[in-house]
Design a protein around this ligand. Structure first.
Ligand code: PA5
Length: 477
């Protein structure tokens, strides 16, 4: 109670305070109530044989891209093999570093960032070390902005910096250039010998420029498995090393994914929420709903949405097919995109992510003197208000012709996030099968690279450069 008699309270997150994860036995749920008018159950039943066949083909590793199915049982295999080397390296970083900079892009970036934003407090880097429990964490190598580098280097000034450079191919332009900048800075400020101990590399076991450099310099190294593609790699050292270094319980993350592995083996749509999600998407897609909006009501999910967009975008968007993956952070985007979603072109459906049990709550203070018409909410918890906004929006969008699929995640623990990663990976693999595409390659990302290398003057690209220059000139005249 305050002096004015206003009663309000904050319930601190159990995770922050080290309490028990009560949600550990709960699994992800799929609620299709607000999509019912868009499809009939019989349409799903018609897909059962295709889903069963695709499931069998996936499990037998007899699909296009079968060399990249290592993620299917990655979590359980990793738990069985143990993560000791990784945890030791993470502990060395955690105890020595003021700052960890993770250098990577795409699949070598988004999973770790998603988990970081989801599991750690919003203003993690601004918290005192004692509350953070690990080094500050920044991401680099995901853009080509000089201003971005300037700002990062200013932030690193005077701090003990460790780098984790992540690139499966070892040749991707953005992280390779960022590594040049950061390595030069680190060697200049800490010295060559110290820098060698402060640079951790995650790359291919045998190939690539980064692997070669790591061998020459003796950088501590971890391997991206051959059979796991970038966008499916968050539960390999790609995600696990930086996350462990900031104190994420990677055992729980893997445990959650392993539980999802075990609970999503039945191919029947009634028994497998990931396949049911994939099947409903496929039915909606065939009806012309070609954009899927991933909507969330918790800002910490913004990078889960980015990870999800890469997963589905790169996996499905090929051969002239695919559902365009977009995202919206509500309620913020109800004030920008909301009009379009409610009344714009009807080629949309939404997948809404709801947290059944958010990590903390806050009661709305009473303030009758403010005359803002909100006193009727005094004493109500924010989570309840947020959930009513979610419900109201789902109902409005569904009645406006935007089918709403609801994915319910138990809580914001490592375990639930592990489940979520696996849920969407499996759904995406099934979706690719139903759509008739190889969900594990990304041939289309080469086109811009070829043009970029040509325009940058990379040796070997002279002919392409001449052709592009001629094309540019004729476009101008
Ligand atoms: O999913 C993918 O394959 C891509 O997004 C890659 O992860 C991304 O291009 C980075 O590649 P690399 O890890 O080889 O640097």
């Amino acid at each position: 109670m305050t002096r004015t008699g206003i009663s309000w309270h904050v319930i601190i997150s159990r995770r922050w305070s080290g309490g028990l994860n009560e949600g550990m036995n709960r699994m992800i749920q799929l609620d299709l109530r607000f999509a019912r008018e868009a499809f009939r159950e019989s349409e799903l039943e018609l897909l059962e044989p295709a889903v069963a066949a695709a499931d069998a083909a996936l499990r037998r590793r007899q699909v296009a891209g079968a060399d990249f199915l290592g993620w299917l049982d990655l979590a359980s295999r990793t738990l069985a093999a143990g993560t000791q080397a990784l945890e030791e390296a993470a502990e060395a970083i955690r105890s020595e570093a003021d700052v960890l900079v993770v250098v990577g892009i795409g699949g070598s970036y988004l999973g770790a960032r998603a988990a970081f934003e989801f599991l750690k407090p919003q203003y993690y880097n601004q918290l005192p070390r004692s509350l953070r429990g690990g080094p500050e964490l920044y991401f680099a190598g995901n853009h080509l902005s000089a201003r971005g580098f300037r700002d990062l280097l200013r932030t690193l000034e005077g701090k003990r910096v460790y780098l984790n450079v992540i690139s499966k191919s070892g040749t991707t332009t953005e992280p390779a250039l960022a590594f040049r900048v950061l390595r030069a800075w680190l060697e200049q400020t800490a010295g060559h010998e110290a820098a060698r101990k402060q640079i951790y590399v995650t790359t291919d076991a045998a190939r690539g420029a980064l692997k070669h450099l790591a061998d020459v310099e003796g950088y501590p190294s971890f391997v991206v498995p051959d059979d796991v593609g970038g966008r499916y790699s968050v539960l390999t050292p790609v995600g696990l090393l930086p996350l462990a270094a900031i104190g994420v319980d990677i055992g729980q993350l893997l445990q959650g994914a392993a539980e999802a592995e075990q609970s999503l083996t039945d191919p029947r749509l009634a028994a497998n929420a990931a396949y049911r999600y994939a099947a409903v998407r496929n039915v909606l897609y065939r009806k012309g709903l070609t954009t899927e909006l991933f909507a969330y009501y918790e800002p910490a999910l913004a990078y889960v949405a980015e990870w999800w967009k890469q997963l589905f975008g790169e996996s499905e968007g090929k051969d002239g097919k695919g559902i365009f993956p977009a995202s919206a952070g509500y309620t913020t985007d109800l004030h920008s995109l909301g009009q379009f979603v409610q009344e714009g072109r009807r080629n949309l459906f939404e997948t809404v992510l709801r947290l059944t049990e958010p990590p903390c709550d806050l009661a709305i203070p009473s303030a009758p003197q403010m005359d803002d018409g909100l006193e009727y909410l005094a004493g109500r918890p924010f989570n309840w208000v947020n959930d009513q906004a979610r419900l109201a929006t789902q109902m409005a969008h569904a009645s406006g012709g935007v089918p709403n699929l609801l994915v319910e995640l138990p809580d914001m623990s490592e375990r639930s996030l592990g489940q979520l990663f696996y849920f969407f990976e499996l759904a995406c693999a099934m979706s690719g099968q139903l759509m008739g595409v190889n969900a594990f390659d990304q041939p289309g990302v080469e086109a811009y690279k070829t043009n970029m290398f040509a325009l940058l003057g990379k040796p070997g690209y002279e002919l392409q450069q001449a052709a592009l220059r001629a094309q540019l000139e004729s476009a101008v005249t």
